[in-house]
Design a protein around this ligand. Sequence first.
Ligand SMILES: Cc1cc2nc3c(=O)[nH]c(=O)nc-3n(C[C@H](O)[C@H](O)[C@H](O)COP(=O)(O)O)c2cc1C
Length: 405
Amino acid sequence: MTFSGKRILLIIGGGIAAYKSLDLIRRLRERGALVRCVMTGAAQQFVTPLAVGALSADHVFTDLFDRQDEQDVGHIRLSREADMIVVAPATADLMAKLANGLANDLASAVLLATDKPVVMAPAMNPKMWTHPATRRNHATLEKDGVAFVGPNKGEMAESGEAGEGRMAEPLEIVAAIEARLDTRPKPLAGRRIIVTSGPTHEPIDPVRYIANRSSGKQGHAIAAALARLGADVRLVSGPVGIPDPAGIDTIHVESAREMRDAVEGLLPADAAVFVAAVADWRTANSADEKIKKVPGDGPPTLQMVENPDILATIGHHRNRPYLVVGFAAETQNIVANAETKLKKKGVDFIVANDVSAAGGAMGGDRNRVKIVSRTGVEAWPDMSKDEVAARLADVIAERLKTVAV
Ligand SMILES: Cc1cc2nc3c(=O)[nH]c(=O)nc-3n(C[C@H](O)[C@H](O)[C@H](O)COP(=O)(O)O)c2cc1C
């Protein structure tokens, strides 16, 4: 489990987003974290200590001057007994207090008394977030080493309010915590890497399209694995039913042409990994109106044309990334086809996978791949897609090691 035995002290501030912290507690605990919570007085107006205590399975701390708590734990021990402090939601008020060294309640006293890493997930009205005072406090806290996740743009709880100020989603906060707790080396720090993932949808008319069975699981896992090694990952994803990998900039596209444009727009990059199952063909002219079934006319004939070959485009691009990696989904002659692709498309290596019914890679959770490069073929054993991703990220880090950042 990602957080096995890690002790997270979660400070819940007084904002509407406090309800999301209940989910955050669950998410952290299901990953093996021990979660202890401090609630501000204002937070208790939004969620109850009862709910927070039930979810965290621990006493909830609310008062600086609670004799019982001070004797048993106390604000110094609360911070000492944590591996990390997370403030979610971080109110404008809590940010202001810590930025200015105030410590007049339990939450602010714990924050001032700690030398542990602090992650803040701000949530507030967009006007509060953009106020010069909050801007100053944010800058000060960043300078002091506080890590921030969010806020995101979008609808606010107050009706009619929208803008930057929504608290990051619980899974994004989990990813930020994970990144901070992860002290492994970051060999891809400073590297910009483009990853494509998922299928493309090629329209037939406004309601119909040609697609394939790619789920995006492998591409998304690779994006996450590269980010864990420190890369600045840009993911270009076709339509998939899985969430964006937490904390990764994701561009959503539908068709092969949109995917090509998005990828070209992201150049230059140090590496690009083309995992998406891009449709080879699209209809020559997609109809503007839904194609009607006319009795007696029979089925329509679809005229197909070739889609842009994104891999070859980038493999031969004047701004070609140093390392270009392609995926080849094949159902037969896997290695021979990958070798042909390698030569034609100007890529460094191909990850060939068997997507026949027997291979089962498309949509499934496991993958058996072969790495086909100019120097030969390396067959990897059957692994989870996460394991394939981690191993591929290591290979990419190794290949980029000798290239100046
Ligand atoms: C309905 C309501 C919603 C609020 N939502 C927020 C919020 O999202 N973010 C924020 O910074 N303050 C918000 N406030 C103001 C804080 O609750 C207030 O500043 C409080 O003193 C914060 O205390 P704390 O930082 O100790 O939790 C809200 C107030 C009310 C009445």
